[in-house]
Design a protein around this ligand. Structure first.
Ligand code: UT7
Length: 329
């Protein structure tokens, strides 16, 4: 019997209308377009400014696009996993809210918190529900409203992040296309370099945590940078090796969009030609869990059935990993 794989059968993305440019940031903090461009590759990011709108609202745009594209009714959806570090509320989870807002009355879902690796963790998890035969229609979302946890007086972080959402539909296939293999890793000793200090059970919100600005992203960039390059490149090699593939077999490398210098360094370590590396960081910045599906969404017209894609990410935790898939359409 042919093996059942989980294939991506539709992809969608959404970024809010409002744009925050490097020129805007020059007026807000002590920075320059030149510094941001050369150090990160980012020119602008999209910010969700509409009052009362949250991560779930961006995800709803994505789910509705996916349902429309694939001709599926909301009631037919069975499961949704939302990767995010900016849930609408600490509880209930954002996946629940998304399912309610799109009218997916027969589905269940939950959130995965793995920072910038969240989409990979969620994709791998969702794929297992398909491969086991348990479900046939699973949506995986990566969505973050980073502007809700960014300190716009901190020049070391506010220039990096943007808001956005992306997602894919997973369905079973028996033609050899789909998600083939993943190496996923985590190392909690890296948590000190990238985290939010307060708001959880360790340091619940108080007037002191608010005045100390402990509800914003904290990042010590250099150690994260180094670990990201090594972690992404190493796991790409591991996945290739155990599937008897070479870098030349890949049609595309889909790297997490954290910093153009990280993307270039990973590409160089792997000897991956630049025109086979997906890049959109200049337009969106680092949208955390949304970067990978936003890349797939933008490059979808260039993808061909049978293309090998390698997705790779690194993020807070530390969390990281790489996933190999064969494009379905
Ligand atoms: O997606 C999750 C994972 N996250 C990442 O992968 C991010 C990894 N880290 C990075 O991308 C980079 O480390 C950053 C973009 C965050 C920082 O770039 P860097 O080249 O590592 O700069 P740095 O932190 O070493 O700072 C160099 C200098 C410092 O000044 P001094 O101490 O040399 O005088 C900073 O204060 O640049 C200064 N600086 C800035 N200057 C102008 C830091 N931020 C800015 C800024 N504008 N926005």
């Amino acid at each position: 019997m042919p093996k059942i794989l989980a294939a991506i059968t539709a992809v969608a993305g959404y970024v809010p209308e409002d744009i925050l440019t490097n020129a805007d940031l020059e007026k807000m903090v002590d920075t320059t377009d030149e510094w941001i461009t050369t150090r990160t590759g980012i020119k602008e990011r999209h910010i969700l400014k509409t009052p009362g709108k949250a991560t779930s609202d961006m995800a709803v745009e994505v789910v509705n696009q996916i349902l429309k594209k694939s001709g599926i009714l909301p009631e037919e959806l069975e499961m949704l996993i939302c990767a995010t570090v900016t849930p609408d509320t600490i509880f209930p989870d954002t996946a629940n809210t998304i399912l309610d807002k799109v009218g997916a009355k027969n589905a269940f879902g939950y959130d995965i918190n793995a920072a910038c690796s969240g989409f990979l963790y969620a994709l791998t998890t969702g794929a297992k529900f398909i491969e086991s035969g348990m479900y046939k229609k699973v949506i995986i979302i990566g969505a973050d409203k980073m502007s809700s946890i960014v300190d716009y007086t901190d020049r070391t972080t506010c220039i990096i992040f943007g808001d956005g959402a992306g997602g894919v539909l997973l369905e079973p296939t028996e033609d050899g296309t789909g998600i083939i293999d993943s190496v996923l890793r985590s190392d909690g000793s890296g948590r000190e370099y990238l985290h939010m200090k307060a708001g959880g059970s360790l340091r619940p919100a108080t007037s002191e945590t608010v005045s100390n600005k402990e509800h914003f992203v904290f990042q010590d960039g250099k150690p994260v940078f180094k670990a990201a390059v090594t972690g992404m490149a190493t796991t790409v090699k591991q996945v290739l090796q155990r599937n008897n593939l070479n870098i030349d077999d890949l049609a595309w490398l889909v790297p997490h969009q954290a910093n153009m210098r990280i993307i270039n360094a990973v590409g160089d370590m792997l000897d991956m030609p630049k025109d086979k590396v997906m890049v959109n960081i200049h337009k969106y910045g680092n949208t955390t869990a949304a970067t990978l599906p936003l890349c797939l969404w933008e490059y979808e017209p260039q993808l061909k059935k049978g293309d090998y894609l390698m997705l790779s990410a690194f993020g807070g935790g530390f969390t990281w990993g790489s996933t190999l898939l064969k494009w379905h359409y």
